[in-house]
Design a protein around this ligand. Structure first.
Ligand code: DC
Length: 670
């Protein structure tokens, strides 16, 4: 029997920063475009999952240099301007629809190729004939093992390059067929691609168009015909940023609906104006009761205030229908999901799979499962509120959800299982074959775990160059914390005073200037940045010699400390409201004055010689010892190791070692 994962319900609020990986659709398109580019492209924030690895591997097999750096989420591709080095290769596309379709069209650019292609059992049943027929029109031949013209995997593809002319394609079963042809169009001058009939998931076609333009070859659309007015190899991008996966984000938008009251999740890089059509899920979630608020320039926070149902057409963003389907029985009203007939031929028959597994939990669905099985044309699902029925069904123990090798079935039921259905934290859902999430989101269940802990406050104190900033930044990444560098607050005030011509340490003039000074905060990534009079001061100015020389006497003034104390305490609430898992604040008096009740308090130390050397290595001459003396000897909030804080001397420890020690304290605090 396949292994299963028991989902632990959330007994408290879900909070924190969702670790959403890069978009699969963007990563796999970018890989193809980069390989057809005229030089090197580095994909930043790329997805590392089974589907993207399959495409990277295939490109390498074909002779491309593709470098993967999973830790840095970076893939480097050396494009060869439309040349495919090897003309003979065996390629396996797994169950990756993007790789299957994109590669097949891509290979047809080879002037004399013979490629053996196959996929997983599930992929053999997925639609390919529309693509193979279209490519046949361009001179390629796909032959099945029985010698006949192939309609799907496995097949041998014989290619002779692509010239101009008209290709007609039927993409009614999958928009990837059209996208695959559009991506090679600029490399086949004079080629026109005409869509016969409708396609599904239009936004994915728009994504392809936008990305082709980003890579320097805009396509022109005239009705249902596309062409490239300025054909040629794509232009290498240097760096290309991959957006976080909007489909994966849908699970974390849904989570607060089932987790405890006060749940709020922060989604980094989630933008409704991006390339991905699946951001439309946000509109559905709003209609059902989600509140999605912009939380800084590059993030959105999700919380829920109501639990409504509704009637929704998911045709254009159908990968997210499973998220709503799994959430639906926990909502207060029926949910109707339309326009999902084409999902019956994806990773699995998704409509039937969701209906079957919901019914297993006792949920009432229409059409009923047997009717769906008998009617392959059925294309909608109604799901009724079913809390009571699910309780009865799982009273004696968890129900085991079958996942049909479909990552989205696994992830969506993982969200439903986070609901504390029985009110006592008892698990009631098990997910069969949880590893299937590796297709697009290998760390999904870990990411879910990190949202479970309560809000944690971490105070990091220490002298100049004691490693506070790098340690805090690392910990913020590891735990989804808002990073607040209070040194920058004192520096910003110092800068404002210097600009106003006030002598550092002049208490009276400083007091008058502070009365007029407005400080605010912008959150970028995981960092809170101080704003002075509506603008974020430049880092170089803030850390420059003039400010560094003046900051200690300014920071010693009681009026400055009083002014910033309230501001710094407000940062904790900002972190809470922004959906962070907590806050990590660094400075000289955080554990003693600003957050004396923080759950974790750390005092970092290092030999003065080592600290000066660190500053020099950063190219900064900083009398760290002198500054520490001034900071430690002032009357108000002097630099000291707070009582009860954990002292860590990092003179001989690596950043990883220090971060791990503090991480242990954070985990214990939770
Ligand atoms: O961490 P830093 O070097 O950027 O800090 C600049 C100055 O700000 C430091 O010399 C003392 C002052 N400071 C302070 O007095 N209290 C804090 N909590 C943080 C910084």
């Amino acid at each position: 029997m396949a292994s299963a994962l028991t989902i632990r319900p959330f007994r408290g609020p879900a909070t924190g920063v969702a670790a959403v990986p890069g978009s699969k659709s963007v990563t796999n398109r970018a890989l193809i475009l980069a390989a057809l580019g005229d030089g090197e492209t580095i994909l930043e924030g790329a997805l590392f999952s089974r589907d993207t690895r399959i495409l990277c591997e295939a490109l390498r097999t074909l002779g491309f240099a593709v470098g993967e750096e999973p830790e840095a989420r970076r893939i480097t591709v050396m494009g060869l301007a439309g040349v495919i080095p090897r003309g003979r290769a065996r390629l396996h596309v797994g169950n990756a629809g993007t790789a299957a379709r994109f590669l097949t069209a891509f290979l047809c650019l080879h002037p004399d190729g013979e490629f053996e292609l196959d996929g997983d059992a599930a992929m053999r049943a997925r639609p390919m004939s529309g693509l193979l027929r279209a490519l046949g029109g361009a001179g390629a031949r796909a032959t099945s093992p029985d010698g006949r013209e192939a309609a799907g995997f496995p097949f041998v593809l014989r290619t002779r390059g692509m010239a101009g002319g008209e290709l007609r394609c039927d993409a009614s079963a999958s928009s990837q067929i059209l996208s695959a042809l559009l991506m090679v169009a600029p490399l086949a001058p004079g080629l026109r691609v005409t869509l016969e009939g409708p396609t599904v998931s239009e936004p994915f076609v728009a994504m392809t168009e936008r990305m082709a333009a980003d890579f320097g070859r805009p396509l022109e659309r005239d009705g249902s015909t596309w062409s490239c007015p300025d054909p040629g190899p794509y232009k290498a991008r240097g760096r290309h940023a991959v957006e976080p996966d909007a489909t994966a984000a849908s699970y974390f938008i849904a989570l607060p609906a089932v987790a405890g009251p006060g749940s709020r999740i922060r989604l980094r890089g989630y933008a409704e104006g991006g390339l991905q059509g699946d951001v439309a899920f946000a509109g559905v979630a709003r209609a059902c009761g989600a509140g999605l608020a912009q939380a800084g320039p590059d993030a959105v926070s999700a919380s829920w205030t109501a639990r409504r149902g509704g009637n929704f057409d998911f045709n254009a963003f159908s990968d997210t229908f499973l998220t709503l389907a799994a959430l639906a029985p926990a909502l207060g009203e029926p949910v109707t999901i339309r326009g999902i007939g084409h999902t019956r031929r994806q990773e699995t028959d998704r409509l039937l799979a969701m209906a079957t597994e919901l019914a297993r939990l006792g949920v009432r669905v229409e059409p009923p499962v047997e009717a769906l099985r008998d009617d392959p044309a059925a294309d909608h699902l109604v799901i009724h509120p079913s809390l009571e029925a699910m309780r009865r069904t799982t009273e004696r123990g968890p129900a085991r959800i079958r996942t049909y090798e479909d990552h989205r079935v696994a992830m969506s039921f993982g969200i439903l299982g986070s609901l504390d259905l029985h009110g006592d934290g008892r698990p009631w859902i098990e997910i069969e074959d949880p590893a299937c999430v590796a297709k697009t989101f290998p760390g999904f269940f870990d990411a879910l775990e990190t949202l479970r802990g309560g809000f944690v406050r971490v105070a990091i104190d220490g002298g100049a160059a004691s490693g506070k900033s790098s340690t805090s930044r690392r910990l913020a990444e590891m735990h989804g914390l808002l990073h607040v560098d209070t040194g920058s607050h004192y520096r910003a005030v110092t800068l404002a005073l210097l600009r106003a011509g006030i002598r550092p340490g002049d208490a009276e003039a400083t007091g008058r200037a502070l009365a007029r000074l407005r400080v605010g905060t912008t959150i970028r990534g995981l960092g809170a940045q101080v704003e002075i009079d509506g603008a974020v001061p430049g880092g170089e100015e803030l850390r420059g010699a003039a400010v560094t020389a003046a900051v200690s006497p300014v920071a010693a003034l009681p009026c400055v400390r009083a002014f910033l104390l309230g501001y710094q305490r407000d940062q904790v609430e900002l972190a809470r409201a922004g959906g962070f898992s907590g806050v990590i604040m660094e400075g000289r008096d955080i554990g003693s004055v600003v957050m004396p009740d923080a759950e974790v308090r750390v005092f970092l130390e290092a030999d003065p010689a080592i600290r000066s050397a660190r500053r020099l290595a950063e190219g900064v001459r900083d009398a760290v010892d002198q500054r520490d003396k001034a900071d430690a000897s002032r009357a108000t909030a002097p630099l000291t190791c707070p009582v009860g804080a954990t002292r860590i001397d990092n003179s001989r420890l690596s950043l990883d070692e220090v971060a791990e020690r503090v991480s242990r304290l954070i985990r214990d605090a939770r």
